[in-house]
Design a protein around this ligand. Structure first.
Ligand SMILES: [Zn+2]
Length: 340
């Protein structure tokens, strides 16, 4: 395979390397670690100097987060360790206390370590608030490569979403709905898809090159969405499918896998180069079949039937999710798109 080089044009400072987490606590001095139990328990021995305080990222309501923020002593460095929830809680702590922030993602399937706003939960819904900038993001290849392989392969989801998001945005803008077309930002969607396509086999292999390129895509992505003030180039109907699924079932699965399923379904239903998406998903070995991710065909069906109404009610950006008329044949085609 070619060694496709991609480096983010701009974004948060980041450090890549093997074993960077080892002794991080010694180097940082007094710390408060915001963690998710599973990765933290596995790797905490390597951290060195034990943190002064350990916070488990569980409750993402603003009230609970403010309560936590006020309990943190001054003169500590905040270290986020985990997936999206840990990154988001750590960002809130940084935003509210002004203490320095270091982010250590333990999976590559979310972009939370490279975005400034926190995804918090209120009344059962996701809302974005806050503004956090880490001193640096520490990507330790060893942690990611030791984790279950799907923590990396699911990482394509929030880049693959550019494929459907681009089509949504183009359609909506041509009708004068939601955010006006921005050729430069839209061009980024296409570029990210090209990069993703070229590194998909590297992601399946979990190579350092694959991981680094994926993280660089998220780094630029996070920077670009802050620059243009929205994420329309990367978020559309595939995410609205995912949010509808969460609302209908009251649960979720790994974000990147759920979004990947959304991209496969929407691109099949809108005749938007489904084959290309499918080959990227296959090359990256990303789980997407309902039985592989613990979703029943019935849940897919219920999600699809609810998607249009939910997207309208939630006032999401106008997209194919607002337009598609779902009937029996669309359900069948969607399940086929997931190799069911
Ligand atoms: Zn996402």
């Amino acid at each position: 395979m070619s060694s496709f080089e991609f480096e983010a044009k701009d974004g948060f400072p980041v450090e890549y390397g093997q074993g960077l987490f080892d002794g991080l606590g010694d180097r940082l001095g007094a710390t408060v670690v915001v963690m998710q139990r599973n990765p933290w328990e596995t790797i905490k021995e390597r951290f060195g100097n034990p943190p002064q305080m350990v916070i488990e990222a569980r409750d993402l309501s603003p009230f609970a987060l403010d309560e936590l923020a006020s309990s943190i002593p001054r003169d500590l460095t905040i270290v986020g360790v985990g997936g999206g929830s840990a990154m988001d809680v750590a960002k809130w702590m940084n935003w509210k206390t002004g203490l320095p922030l270091i982010q250590v993602p333990t999976l590559a399937s979310v972009d939370a370590c490279f975005t400034r706003m926190c995804a918090i939960r209120e009344d059962g819904r996701v809302r974005y608030e806050g503004d956090a900038i880490p001193q640096r993001v520490v990507v330790d290849y060893r942690i990611l490569q030791e984790a279950p392989s799907q923590f990396i392969s699911a990482g394509i989801g929030d880049v693959l979403s550019c494929h459907t998001a681009y089509a949504d945005w183009k359609m909506a803008a041509s009708l004068g709905k939601s955010i006006p077309w921005d050729a430069e930002a839209a061009q980024a969607s296409l570029k990210y898809m090209d990069v993703l396509e070229s590194i998909a086999p590297e992601i399946a292999k979990q190579s350092t090159h694959g991981i680094k390129t994926l993280m660089e895509l998220y780094r630029e992505n996070g920077w670009l969405s802050h620059e243009v003030g929205h994420a329309r180039f990367e978020e559309g109907s595939e995410h609205f499918f995912a949010y509808t699924f969460e609302n209908v079932t009251g649960r979720t699965i790994l974000h990147g896998e759920l979004v990947t399923m959304g991209v496969l379904i929407i691109s099949a239903l809108t005749s938007n180069n489904y084959q290309r998406v499918k080959s990227i998903v296959q090359n990256a070995k990303t789980l997407h079949r309902p039985e592989d991710v613990g979703i029943t065909p019935r849940e897919i069906e219920e999600t699809l039937y609810a998607m249009r109404e939910f997207s309208i009610a939630e006032d999401y950006w106008y997209s194919w999710a607002h337009v598609l008329d779902i009937g029996k044949s669309e359900v069948t085609e969607s399940l086929k798109a997931l190799d069911f």
